[in-house]
Design a protein around this ligand. Structure first.
Ligand SMILES: *Cc1c(COP(=O)(O)O)cnc(C)c1O
Length: 403
């Protein structure tokens, strides 16, 4: 007998609700216990009432859970919530952001295919393409993400995928997602956008024309530095391939991490608004300091893509990078003089972090590649957290005083 007479009141129907509401309520499917919060299904496998039922589920004749590498209710709740927030038909959760990229490429491309990738992407992505996917016969060329002619010029008959990150890390370069999508679609090429820096709270790549959105949930989606995870979102027919790869390849998300990310998503919009407000204030303040040569933040009117950022994003993000007057020694002196900011490579946390990209996140690049990417020795990156703005500014003031 059904416990609930009013099923429609127990289960949330996401149709017609706004972003902040979806972030709090979408994805959850209540069990017959009527729980208000989200349960965590910590189970590796699922049981059946008969051998016949087991056979039907394994054969795919009946829907239902089999094994948590395939499906898990907590992970599925997270996937439904990501799909709702990105406006996607479906999302697939992965063990990390890198696993999201790996499974997208390996499930949708084959040996002989070619990828065009923005030159300004997360460092491990370049290693993944050049060191590992090249061995599987998938070749990659790199382009300036801000130059639409460069994207068009890099297309070969074998090109299947465009990959970009916007805004980029650490220099906040933007790709015009709608324009790049149009170039890709002229030749039946897919566009995948890593939406890590903006999150769907500030930018929805699918609505701008992209085919696939990729996330490192490790960053702002959790937003509190607790877990590693990722997601891929897009149309059903593509996500079925990605799901098939994860189910077989095994780079799945743990139910516990999915639950943590569900909680992170509930405050995503509020957090991103607060991150953006503090980041903009700090970028403006840094820009006026005599010890600072240059600030990279799309919220500043002098940023070459300020107008594009206003058009394609609803906020400018939490990451502010700047060059201090001097060389590497000056940048290190600045970093070491701060007291509160965490010296760490991570970002997207409630805690503000400070990094010297040239010797950490981008330290493995050759000096020439770094120069081409515009990462100078005097560059510092700050991921602005949710501490009081005056305290973050006070800490940066200590850095300035040490220059
Ligand atoms: C961190 C990051 C990734 C990789 O995510 P992991 O969860 O660390 O695997 C991918 N893209 C961007 C933009 C990132 O910042």
């Amino acid at each position: 007998m059904k416990k609930f007479e009013r099923e429609e009141r127990i289960q949330f129907d996401a149709t017609g609700y706004e972003f902040a509401t979806l972030a709090v309520r979408s994805g959850q499917q209540r069990t017959d216990e009527g729980e208000h919060g989200d349960p965590i299904f910590t189970t590796s496998s699922f049981v059946y009432s008969s051998a016949r039922e087991a056979a039907a589920k394994f054969a795919g004749d009946e829907e239902g859970n089999i094994y948590s590498r395939f499906t898990n209710p907590t992970v599925q709740a997270f996937e439904r919530r990501i799909a709702a927030l990105e406006g996607a038909e479906r999302a697939v959760a992965t063990a990390s952001g890198m696993a999201a990229i790996l499974s997208t490429v390996l499930s949708l491309l084959k040996a002989g295919d070619h990828v065009v990738c923005s030159r300004s992407v997360f460092g491990s992505i370049v290693s993944l393409f050049d060191k590992y996917l090249s061995r599987a016969g998938i070749e990659t060329s790199y382009v300036d993400p801000t130059d639409n002619d460069d994207w068009r010029g890099a297309i070969r008959p074998q090109t299947r995928l465009f990959f970009l990150e916007s805004p980029s890390n650490p220099l906040a370069q933007l790709a015009d997602i709608t324009a790049v999508a149009a170039i890709a679609h002229e030749q039946d090429i897919l566009l995948a956008v890593d939406n890590c820096f903006c999150t769907p709270a500030l930018q929805q790549p699918l609505a701008l024309g992209a085919d696939i959105v990729i996330h490192s949930a490790t960053k702002f989606l959790d937003g509190q530095g607790r877990c590693v995870g990722g997601a891929v979102a897009g149309p059903d027919h593509l996500m079925e391939e990605v799901f098939g790869f994860i189910r077989t390849g095994g780079a799945c998300m743990s139910p516990f991490n999915a639950w943590v990310f569900m909680k992170g998503l509930e405050t995503l919009k509020l957090r991103m608004e607060a991150h953006c407000a503090s980041a903009l204030a700090l970028a403006q303040w840094l820009d006026a300091q005599p010890g600072i040569d240059k600030v990279y933040y799309a919220g500043l009117p002098e940023h070459p893509q300020h107008a594009l950022a206003k058009r394609q994003q609803t906020g400018f993000g939490a990451v502010v990078s700047f060059e201090v007057k001097g060389a590497r020694e000056a940048a290190w002196r600045f970093i070491d003089a701060t007291r509160m900011l965490s010296i760490t490579g991570n970002l997207g946390d409630t805690k503000s972090t400070i990094t010297h990209p040239g010797t950490t996140t981008h330290g493995r690049m050759t000096a020439d590649d770094r120069a081409r990417a515009g990462i100078r020795d005097n560059l510092i990156r700050v991921s602005v957290g949710l501490e009081d703005l005056a305290d973050i500014r006070g800490d940066l003031q200590l850095g300035l005083a040490a220059l």
